[in-house]
Design a protein around this ligand. Sequence first.
Ligand SMILES: O=C(O)CCC(=O)C(=O)O
Length: 297
Amino acid sequence: MKEEATMSTPTILDGINIDELITDAVLEEYWRRGYWVSPKLFDDEQAAELRQAQERLWRGEHDSNLPSQYGVRAVDPGSPDVRQQCNAFWLSNAIGKVTTSPLLGAIGARLMGVETVRLWHDQAVYKPGVGPDGGDELAGNIGWHQDYGHWRSSSATNMCTAWIALQDTDLQNGGMRTIVGSHKWGLLEDSNTFGHKDLGGLQARFANQEISGDWIDEPCILEAGQVSFHHALTLHGSGPNLTWEPRMCLISHMMPGDTTYQPDAQWHPNLVFLGPNARAGQPFAGAYWPQMWPPID
Ligand SMILES: O=C(O)CCC(=O)C(=O)O
């Protein structure tokens, strides 16, 4: 019998060949270290446009009338506090185009090892600069935490977060830091600590738990448009922005397409969108959790 020639079509999105990008070595690194940093996926012009889109968001200029209160940490202009807007994709078309993109979805699918990817939620995060003398200022800190520590009401512990740098980012401007390999430590107690400010205290608390490795604190040094992808159990956090420019990023929290509701004492703003009679096993699917991969026309 004549064998049929099978030639798979390469997955090329926004000019990026996903098959060439996500090699076995990349998968090995992601699963060994709990995160992986991509080359530039967005150019400087796109990064500048997305910074402007974020500035519009903070000015309250929204592209829809949907409510912004689900997961917002809004602060007065001039405050050194971190600003955070979850579900920014409802409010800004430019941001949504990126945070729900097939490009990130296809990469997320490969890293998680799943066929289908939906957005769990996205975030726009803005960390004001407090200048070089602001080292004692804790307001810009984002506490060591595990993303899944906030998401215990979902069935997927292996979600993948894409953190998109909108300017060159390093320790000076409060870039993200990850604890290498910490995804292998399992879910730590009370690790829903994004909003905590005492990085040293949190480190001591987590290091007192049963962690099975060294505390290796590694900065994610990124050029504008590079993306860091991390596992939902990887500990990460960040310190103050000691420049005078804001540190901005977009974050896309991606989940396997079959993720469902798992009742837990912990509440999450996403649960509202399941409706009043949410039941165990109910899929997080539909317009609030758009499918990113494969793309739907
Ligand atoms: O922006 C940061 O420094 C932390 C972001 C974060 O917690 C995340 O991407 O899950």
